[in-house]
Design a protein around this ligand. Structure first.
Ligand SMILES: *Cc1c(COP(=O)(O)O)cnc(C)c1O
Length: 479
């Protein structure tokens, strides 16, 4: 058998595969959301027999069986977990198209259409965030992690013009990054991998609403200057991963400007609200940031590895990633600038942006607006119903993220662990335990566009029953 199957075989396999995928996509709700396997169970399905080749349909079935059995089914509307969406159908088709054409986006000349689509999307999304042309540039990344790493590298190149040639030897002191204690660890990981190290990150305290404290940020900056360190950048989280809280970016922008620091807005999740007329005000001030991280693979419901780094400094990506020593921003060729190999951590690069382009063509901005509104509405409903059932909320956000527990157990980590594990065992929903401040809370998020009131009711029912069971098991009933 050669690599190129016959046309008849391929048609048969496409059909077999689409039938199997449709079976999953259409009936995800019937599968357990949560899973609780042992490693031994999983390894039983990891087939490593490559001695006897088999038919492609058989190979498809092997993989589909493994994924169906041993994956948290994030496309299930009972998944209230992290920001993992059910991918919209046009975005799934986009991935199949990309894989088939396999365009190489490293250079414009190889895939001019794909490169121009991505550039247009960066411009359009940049405008939604309040950036103004012609001062918008950016690149699609594999995730918020790569986008945040790009931001740290951009800040280093901006602050230290010799960084490209000399690396950290161009720096006379330790550059410092400021982010809140509630920020995503993608920032500290970026600091670690780019050679700054863990010690270069200052975790700033948050207020009772989990927002980064502005005054303490300024004090830390002053402190670092006094100690011979070099403040480099502030990272404002525009929707924290845990509690969905948005940092006070307008105040942080004043400080960044005063000390000449790069201001990065990590809007990986929360940035999506700029697509909604009713809620875009929540991101007001983000246009003051030098750069923005925005994950389409979270709230925009597209498959993994679709994220953006967007900046208003049109030369900084070239300065950061071009490998020519005497990079001259002014002379950069317009077309060279669009290909990704001089503007991205990646070299060979797939058509990431198509996963966003296809659903935009199909649903338009309005479709995204409507979906975001629906999910915010479901979030409100979830919070109301939690409170009505004697669960207390510990976060304060308009985004559809709820951190909650029964106030009687707010200091009891056994309770949240019990509930979390009970959901894993029952499989009827997926939530996580996530502490807010020093309180042990659980976290439920509306991350699936198919989640409706019915799913929320069933979650609440499950929560109430598990609370009952915990109380019974611990004989905590008082009369
Ligand atoms: C998810 C998230 C990240 C990390 O992004 P990935 O796409 O998972 O790499 C960074 N920051 C925030 C605020 C996030 O929510």
């Amino acid at each position: 058998m050669t690599f190129d199957l016959t046309n008849t075989e391929r048609r048969n396999i496409w059909e077999h595969t689409t039938n199997a995928l449709e079976q999953y996509y259409n009936n995800t709700e019937d599968l357990d959301t949560a899973i609780y396997p042992t490693r031994k169970d999983v390894l039983k399905l990891v087939d490593a027999n490559f001695e006897s080749p088999r038919r492609t349909n058989e190979a498809v079935d092997i993989v589909i069986k493994g994924l169906s059995k041993y994956a948290v089914h994030t496309p299930n509307p009972n998944y209230f977990g992290m920001f993992n969406p059910r991918a919209s159908f046009p975005s799934i088709i986009a991935d199949a198209i990309t894989a088939t054409y396999n365009p190489q986006l490293a250079a414009w000349g190889h895939a001019p259409y794909a490169v121009e689509i991505e550039n247009m999307l960066i411009q359009e999304i940049g405008k939604k965030f309040g950036y103004q042309q012609p001062n918008i540039d950016g690149v699609f990344t594999t995730g918020g992690q790569e986008a945040n790493l790009t931001a740290v590298l951009a800040a280093l190149n901006y602050k230290f013009p010799k960084y490209g040639e000399k690396g950290l030897f161009a720096v006379n002191g330790l550059p410092i990054i400021y982010c809140s204690k509630a920020s995503h660890h993608a920032t500290v990981k970026a600091a670690k991998v780019c050679g700054l190290g863990l010690d270069s990150v200052r975790y700033i305290e948050v207020d009772t609403n989990q927002k980064m404290l502005v005054e303490e940020t300024q004090q830390q900056i002053q402190n670092d200057i006094d100690n011979g360190n070099i403040p480099l950048m502030i990272v404002a989280t525009m929707g924290t991963t845990g509690a969905g809280v948005i940092d006070p970016i307008n105040e942080l922008a004043v400080i960044a400007k005063h000390y000449n620091l790069w201001l990065h807005a990590d809007a990986a999740y929360g940035g999506a609200v700029v697509l909604s007329e009713d809620y875009k005000h929540l991101q007001k001030g983000i246009e003051k940031a030098d750069s923005i991280t925005f994950d389409a693979h979270k709230w925009l419901s597209v498959p993994m590895a679709t994220s953006m780094f967007i900046t208003k400094h049109t030369n900084i990506l070239g300065q950061t990633f071009s490998i020519s020593a005497n990079f001259m921003p002014q002379e950069e060729d317009e077309i060279d600038k669009l290909g990704s190999y001089t503007h991205s951590i990646q070299w060979s690069r797939r058509f990431i942006g198509l996963k966003l382009y296809m659903p935009l063509l199909v649903f338009g901005w309005k479709g995204f607006n409507d979906t975001i509104l629906h999910q915010i509405k479901m979030g409100q409903l979830l919070k109301q119903k939690l409170e009505a059932n004697n669960w207390t909320l510990y976060n304060n956000t308009e985004l559809p993220v709820a951190c909650f527990t029964d106030v009687a157990f707010e200091d009891n980590s056994e309770f949240t662990t019990y509930i979390y594990e009970a959901f894993l065992e029952s499989g009827d929903a997926w939530i996580i335990n996530y502490p807010v401040g020093d309180k042990f809370t659980m976290r439920a998020c509306i991350t699936n566009y198919n989640t409706t009131e019915e799913h929320i009711d069933s979650l609440i029912k499950g929560l109430n029953a598990k609370r009952e069971a915990f109380i019974k098991a611990h004989q905590l009933i008082t009369i």
